[in-house]
Write a protein that binds this ligand. Sequence first.
Ligand code: CP3
Length: 353
Amino acid sequence: MASVPTELSKARAEKPLLAVLKGERRDPVPTWMMRQAGRYLPEYRQLRHDRGSFLELVYDSDAAARITLQPLERFPEIDAAILFSDILIVPFAIGQNLTFVAGEGPRLTPPLTSANLDDLTPFLTRLEPIYETVAKVRAQLGEGKTLIGFAGSPWTVATYMVAGQGSRDQSEARRLAYADNERFGEIIARIEHVTVEYLSCQIDAGAEAVQLFDSWAGSLSPAQFEQWVIAPTARIVAALRERHAGVPVIGFPKGAGGKLSAYARETAVSALGLDETVDPCWAASELPKDLPLQGNLDPLALVAGGEVLETAVGRVLDAFVDRPHIFNLGHGILQDTPIEHVGELIALVKGAR
Ligand code: CP3
């Protein structure tokens, strides 16, 4: 007679990363790395070289699915695949032109310092190939592995849309937010609207969790952080929850520091990504005990490897030992990371207990 699964075995049937995102502690801790599909991998560089352009890879859903899965093929213990795409696909769909200039980074034209939203012709079909990638990855994903979808947060995406490129201190967007609160609010609202649709369609296509990358959350004063980071994020989380109850949303407000507690409380994200400047002992004691935390190894400790890496990994694991934790870096993996160090990292995390 077939045995009735116990509560425990049913719970264990949940994928490790999803279980932690829903508030469980798992040992060994599930792990993935931000920007894990990319230039530190020779197999990515080869494809990138053969095909010539980053956007061409993003818009070829077979190639993008292959790239998404590359890190898991090389490192089968990684628990999640993150969709291979970019946060700037949203401005591209809103109607800016997007190019990646070799050695200089992304360019969006016209920048919103010199153009209005109304001057842009939206091309929402520019999002559709991304959903094909999601579906293709999901169909090929190994057992127990989770597929993470993502978007940039409205604030971070707005910094690129306004300046037309990356900038050191996001000053164009910050200046516009002060000079013309209403116009800046309209830009944020437009991004927010498209982002909800975009993430919702990624979930429909097979993404099992989504992450909001807020790479420039750290550049705002507290009142501006409330208005341009917390409020739009809270609205996105609420809208997604209404449409997709049970699909976790990870918030990653890089550089938020002392504003992390307010962010966690007011946005109601399912899990919080921590950058490497956050003291994990502070986070473990100050952030709600049941809130899953993700992070936060310094990507440079991974470049260093050896004892430096071992010590740094131990610090992170120890600090979060009695709460739901997903091991990750504090920011994206750096291009010059020796691949063997990634193997060492995974062995340290997975062999910890
Ligand atoms: O995590 C992953 O592996 C999934 C794919 C992913 C990419 N970009 C691929 C990419 C993700 C999640 C991103 C997020 C992203 N993109 C962010 C937020 C996270 C962060 O790192 O702060 C930001 C700010 C961007 C914008 C962006 N895209 C920049 C500034 C650049 C150029 C600089 C750089 O890192 O190369 C990109 C290009 C980009 N996005 C590449 C990749 C693999 C490199 C493209 C190439 O092959 O030349």
